[in-house]
Design a protein around this ligand. Structure first.
Ligand SMILES: Cc1cc2nc3c(=O)[nH]c(=O)nc-3n(C[C@H](O)[C@H](O)[C@H](O)COP(=O)(O)OP(=O)(O)OC[C@H]3O[C@@H](n4cnc5c(N)ncnc54)[C@H](O)[C@@H]3O)c2cc1C
Length: 443
């Protein structure tokens, strides 16, 4: 079978029930969950590794897995978390909140998962366009890789690109950040040969701690560190993952800005290490092992779904009949370039946090683009308002959304007339519960 694209006839690979684009947390669980339901699945990833921001971006920690009382991100999300933690023996078994991530361990957990469920995976392949069957349905994805331009067809497409690429290439309406003003990005990095005895005795380096060495480093001005954003996680013996520093005005869908940001971020990482060597005794002999293969993007496109999760829903701790997971993370919006400087640079003090035991539901409808019948979207680009994206963007939640999207995609693909809006959400929720999702009946 052939398809016409830009005047060329392309061979079409049309073996698949479900194609998932993007091998980050949402894409991996989407692919695995669809395959577990019996669908023939292809996972397309532009880099050479699975894991998205925590692997290619070296984000070094999970946001809390519990609501203070119990684990609330269940199913595959919980499995990925526990298996990765298991590979890091220095982490205590009763530690569920702000647990560190060793990207190499996480990568292995993800690889084992896709292999276990027979997900065909295509690395170094980018989805770069779509061909439409009609206004509401994608006919094929256009990809680019070392063999050139190709076309892939499935019954259902799950967009887990972190940028809603399939959705945008198909003409879907979207918003980015606050009218285009996005949260800053961060180049994460790994430092080793740190003296653990000393670091444990010294004041916590976290930027929110007034005694952190970062305040002295900034005040002295020598290393041109832009702000106090500094979180570190122990990811191995004498080895720490850094989520530190901000780089502004990087839109992930603007390659020139991303390229500039990557250079800027790597320079900044090197300056952090030099500064800490001078100002913090635990880093005297420290060594920068790695800057991330790519820059960490917090915010990108948001789709327009059948439902848009709002700030009002968040503060009402709202539950929904079609909810596919719960979330309780605080609204975490880092100071963007245009924001009022009176705002604290971390939003953790701006917005009320949930109390122990509280959470809200994430409706299936937020994963369903209003404009299309055979695309589902999971991950940081689902249909929310700008403020609540600052909460739902976290990996535990993205993993849960991906699992739901994968099951729903497999369900839709079985129907003679594919339509993701018609998925029976009671059945979807029953399947999620069968796989250990946290979906309490009284919510
Ligand atoms: C600096 C920073 C710190 C963070 N801190 C935390 C934290 O402490 N804890 C936490 O839980 N979360 C944290 N987050 C948030 C979290 O990491 C992301 O929001 C989450 O990874 C989003 O998951 P995703 O699956 O939507 O996208 P991503 O993780 O971005 O994965 C998308 C994948 O799709 C691939 N891709 C993109 N476009 C295409 C295409 N067109 N074709 C093929 N493949 C494509 C990418 O290569 C990538 O592998 C942080 C994020 C950043 C940037």
């Amino acid at each position: 079978m052939e398809i016409k694209f830009n005047g060329k006839n392309l061979n079409v690979n049309n073996d698949y029930d479900v194609i998932v684009a993007g091998g980050g947390p949402s894409g991996i669980t989407a692919a695995v969950a669809a395959a577990r339901e019996g669908a023939k699945v292809l996972l397309i990833e532009q880099s050479g590794e699975l894991g998205g921001m925590a692997v290619t971006g070296l984000v070094p920690a999970w946001t809390p897995y519990t609501d203070g009382i119990r684990i609330i991100y269940g199913g595959l999300s919980k499995r990925v978390f526990l298996e990765t933690r298991e590979k890091m023996p220095f982490i205590k078994k009763d530690h569920y909140d702000w647990v560190a991530i060793d990207s190499e361990s996480l990568k292995q957990v993800y690889e084992n998962l896709v292999k276990e469920y027979g997900v065909e995976t295509l690395f170094h392949t980018i989805v770069c366009d779509t061909v439409m069957k009609n206004e509401r349905e994608v006919d094929a994805l256009i990809t680019a890789n070392k063999s050139g331009i190709s076309a892939y067809k499935a019954k259902v497409y799950v967009d887990c690109t972190g940028d809603a690429d399939i959705y945008a290439y198909s003409g879907g309406e979207f918003e980015i950040g606050d009218k285009g003003d996005v949260q800053p990005s961060t180049m994460c990095f790994v430092v080793t040969n740190v003296d653990e005895d000393i670091i444990n005795k010294e004041p916590n380096l976290y930027g929110g701690n007034k005694d952190s060495a970062i305040h002295k480093i900034i005040a002295d001005g020598k290393y041109n560190i832009p702000d106090t954003h500094l979180c570190i996680s122990k990811i191995g013996p004498n080895t720490y993952g850094f989520n530190a520093g901000h780089i502004w005005n990087v839109h992930s869908t603007e390659p020139e800005e991303v390229s500039k940001g990557i250079f800027e971020g790597r320079d900044l990482a090197r300056r952090y290490v030099e500064a800490l060597k001078e100002y913090h005794p635990a880093f005297k002999n420290a060594y920068l092992v790695q800057t991330a293969p790519t820059i960490g993007i917090r915010e990108s496109r948001r789709i327009v779904g059948d439902y848009t999760f709002t700030t009002d829903d968040y503060f009402a701790r709202r539950s929904f009949d079609d909810e596919i997971c719960r979330n309780n993370y605080f609204i975490d919006i880092h100071k963007s370039a245009k924001e009022n400087n009176e705002w604290h640079e971390h939003s953790d003090t701006r917005f009320e946090h949930y109390k122990d035991g509280e959470s809200h539901g994430v409706p299936y409808r937020c994963l369903c683009p209003k404009a299309f019948d055979n695309i589902l979207v999971a991950g940081r680009t689902i249909s929310t308002d700008r403020i609540t994206q600052g909460s739902t963007r976290i990996m535990p939640c993205c993993l849960c959304e991906g699992e739901a999207a994968g099951i729903a995609a497999a369900m839709a693909a079985k129907e003679s007339k594919v339509n993701i809006h018609n998925v029976n959400t009671d059945e979807l929720r029953q399947t999620l519960k069968k796989y250990d999702a946290y979906l309490p009946d009284n919510n």
